[in-house]
Write a protein that binds this ligand. Structure first.
Ligand code: SF4
Length: 86
């Protein structure tokens, strides 16, 4: 049985630059020169949507960062079922 996978989805258009994601998880998030967040090593899906595949052991820390975002532009999806966790 394979390890479960999740997709972190980031909608950059709505980012207000609060940097709460960076504070929660600096390993995955950083601020750019426009004052918006960058999800490190993510795939550019177009229209300022970015996705990063993570493993189950990374889920909790990514959930913390997603919950910290005041404008809820960070979402996490169960890759297998498509269920939206946040
Ligand atoms: S917490 Fe949300 S609004 Fe703030 S920088 Fe991160 S993605 Fe942008």
């Amino acid at each position: 049985m394979g390890e479960k996978r999740y997709i972190v989805q980031y909608d950059r258009i709505g980012c207000i630059g609060a940097a709460a994601c960076v504070a929660a998880l600096p390993e995955a998030w950083e601020m750019d020169e426009e004052g918006k967040a960058i999800l490190k090593t993510s795939n550019d899906k177009g229209d300022q949507m970015f996705e990063l595949e993570i493993t189950e052991d990374q889920l909790e820390q990514h959930m913390e960062a997603a919950k910290a975002c005041p404008v809820t532009v960070i979402h996490i999806i169960d890759k297998e079922t498509g269920e939206k966790l946040i």
